[in-house]
Write a protein that binds this ligand. Structure first.
Ligand code: DC
Length: 222
């Protein structure tokens, strides 16, 4: 039987990964965090002093082996068998990842990893271009958006540093929306057939119930 693919795309800080994990757990599907692949590759290249402004050869990419697991509510990612779950969220990777994520050879690498997973597993994948580029034929596509202010407040809480002002975070988020949606490679945009949810004034459980209801009702229709 063909595997089922559920794509959860959307703006930064809208809770895509939280929702994707909950849905994967409920349906007993495999969860894949596409951003985490870009982060792990970035970590490898930074550690090996490979700059983003050169072509990343197949020889280099063939030396990168990434595994993701999601067990008992715990997401882990391994880079050449080393657990890098925490390191990929660090400042150095966060600062550099968008430069590496722009590169076509790196996008192709992540694309191939996700496609390979989808051949043997039903998946819930979160990202930016999952429903538009990676799995244009995904069975279910969701696109999460929220007002910049709401996302800024959320991000501000995560940063947990009172010297950083919410207004500054909000401006950064607006700028990132602009660059994410205007970039040439895999711009952030809603797939025509994606179901858009504005999560600004919804709780995590409310969003989860909307997604689940939509999946269940479409299953019955098809
Ligand atoms: O979601 P995140 O912050 O972990 O994503 C890390 C980076 O990867 C971010 O710069 C956006 C990029 N990304 C992407 O270009 N395409 C995806 N499908 C997922 C993430």
């Amino acid at each position: 039987m063909d595997k089922v693919i559920i794509a959860i795309d959307g703006q930064a800080s809208t809770g895509k990964s939280t929702q994707a994990k909950k849905i994967a757990l409920y349906l007993d599907y495999v969860y894949r965090d596409s951003g985490a692949y870009y982060r792990a590759i970035t970590l490898y290249l930074l550690d090996n002093d490979i700059k983003f402004d050169i072509n990343i050869s197949d020889e280099i990419l063939n030396g990168i082996n990434i595994k993701q697991t999601y067990k008992n509510g715990q997401f882990s990612i391994y880079l050449n068998d080393n657990d890098v779950t925490n390191r990929i969220r660090g400042y150095r990777v966060s600062l550099n990842v968008s430069n590496y994520a722009k590169k076509p050879e790196i996008r192709k690498f992540v694309f191939n990893q996700l496609r390979k997973s989808g051949k043997s597993n039903s998946l819930v994948v979160d990202g930016r271009d999952i429903g538009t580029v990676v799995f244009p034929n995904a069975n279910f596509k969701f696109f999460l958006v929220a007002e910049p202010r709401v996302r800024a407040e959320r991000r501000h809480k995560q940063i947990n540093d009172n010297s950083v002002k919410v207004n500054v975070v909000e401006e950064e988020i607006k700028l990132r929306d602009e660059t994410d949606s205007k970039r040439e490679i895999a711009p952030l945009r809603k797939a025509k057939d994606a179901f858009k949810i504005d999560v600004s004034h919804l709780t995590i459980d409310q969003v989860y119930n909307i997604i689940l209801k939509k999946i269940k009702s479409d299953y019955i229709k098809n």
